[in-house]
Design a protein around this ligand. Structure first.
Ligand SMILES: Nc1ncnc2c1ncn2[C@@H]1O[C@H](COP(=O)(O)OP(=O)(O)OP(=O)(O)O)[C@@H](O)[C@H]1O
Length: 321
């Protein structure tokens, strides 16, 4: 069972991190409900590791604040709830696997040695091997064993599956899901493998160009869209392209993305009304929605009502704008 009864694992308010080259993360405000398994998605350089690093308190934000289970980041109690698996898997290379687990046991009062050993054994990683001699997938497994055995309520995982083989991915994602259900564990994991995320995650945080593009439960995000095809209106003049979106589409719905092929258009719309019989309209897949938001930087972001800081919540109401 979760040791905290707070409804939100993460509440980020105007969170930003600036480097000399520019913003790595900017104006990031959202909240992540406790108990969800959330995919952190976005292109290379979008700001995913930066967000995870701030949440793990390895990076200081330049702007804004972040609460973990209602506790401000400066509160040492906040960090007890969190385990982080860094993209680089920083482990002591000279330690053996057994020594690494012993270190975990000594540093963490809620340490679950049996869980750590199970995860290591399932990958046939020798306990006597030095970490520096392990393959990258084996090191990932040891890092995940440390994170799981800490018995944290929030797991922050930076590309946890990237160097695991398909069997290990399957096994460890099943473990994540069962822990999430049994212990009310919250997971925020970055990945580029959408197919893998679709099976595992019930929630999405999408970043592009350092800004939030989409946040919410998959069940809320996908049905808020329609993928519409139909005949385009003629373009404004010769040489201006094949056509434009019909006024009934462009004027009545939020167009996330549109494409033209001959006289046909295909548009991803954010809408709760049917575009009408003149068009063919289907619910898009998660991948179609995600790619639409990632390709169209100018499309307005979608932060679901439950993921907005301004939504009704006893502790957040005072801060809502
Ligand atoms: N220490 C740093 N100094 C300067 N710029 C940095 C630093 N760390 C990150 N950045 C920049 O911040 C931006 C966001 O980087 P970040 O690592 O958060 O992206 P990411 O979404 O995790 O990317 P990837 O999918 O490639 O891992 C990038 O443009 C990156 O170059």
């Amino acid at each position: 069972m979760s040791g905290t009864s707070h409804p939100y694992a993460i509440e980020a308010e105007d969170l930003g991190r600036k480097y000399l080259r520019g913003w790595a993360l900017r104006e990031c405000s959202f909240r992540l409900p406790a108990g969800c398994v959330s995919a952190l998605v976005g292109p290379n350089g979008a700001g995913k590791s930066t967000l995870l690093g701030i949440a793990a308190r390895l990076l200081r934000p330049t702007t804004g604040s972040l609460r973990l289970f209602g506790k401000e980041m400066g509160d040492p109690a906040a960090l007890r709830h969190v385990a982080f698996v860094d993209q680089e898997r920083p482990l002591y290379k000279r330690f053996t696997v057994a020594e690494t687990l012993r270190m975990g046991r000594e540093l963490n009062p809620r340490w679950d040695q049996a869980a750590a050993e199970r995860i290591v054994e399932a990958g046939k990683v020798p306990f006597g091997a030095r970490v520096g001699t392990l393959s990258s997938g084996q090191r990932t497994r040891v890092a995940l064993a440390l994170a799981f055995a800490k018995r944290a309520e929030l797991l922050l995982l930076d590309e946890p599956m990237a160097d695991l083989d398909p069997l290990a991915r399957h096994e460890l994602s099943a473990l994540l899901l069962s822990e999430a259900v049994e212990r009310g564990l919250t997971v925020l994991m970055s990945s580029h493998l959408l197919s893998e995320l679709e099976e595992m995650c019930d929630h999405l945080v999408v970043l592009a160009g350092a800004r939030l593009r989409m946040v919410g439960h998959v069940d809320e995000l996908v049905p808020a869209h329609r993928l519409v095809t139909g005949l385009a209106d003629p373009g404004p003049g010769p040489g201006e392209g094949a056509g434009v979106l019909p006024a009934g589409i462009a004027g009545r719905h939020t167009v996330i993305e549109s494409r033209f092929s001959g006289r046909q258009f295909t548009a991803l719309l954010r809408t709760d009304t049917d575009p009408g019989d003149a068009y063919e309209s289907v619910e898009p897949s998660l991948e179609e929605v995600l790619l639409g938001y990632l390709r169209s930087a100018e499309a307005p972001p979608l932060i679901s009502p439950a993921s907005r800081l301004s939504a009704a919540a006893p502790h957040a109401e005072g801060k809502a704008a």
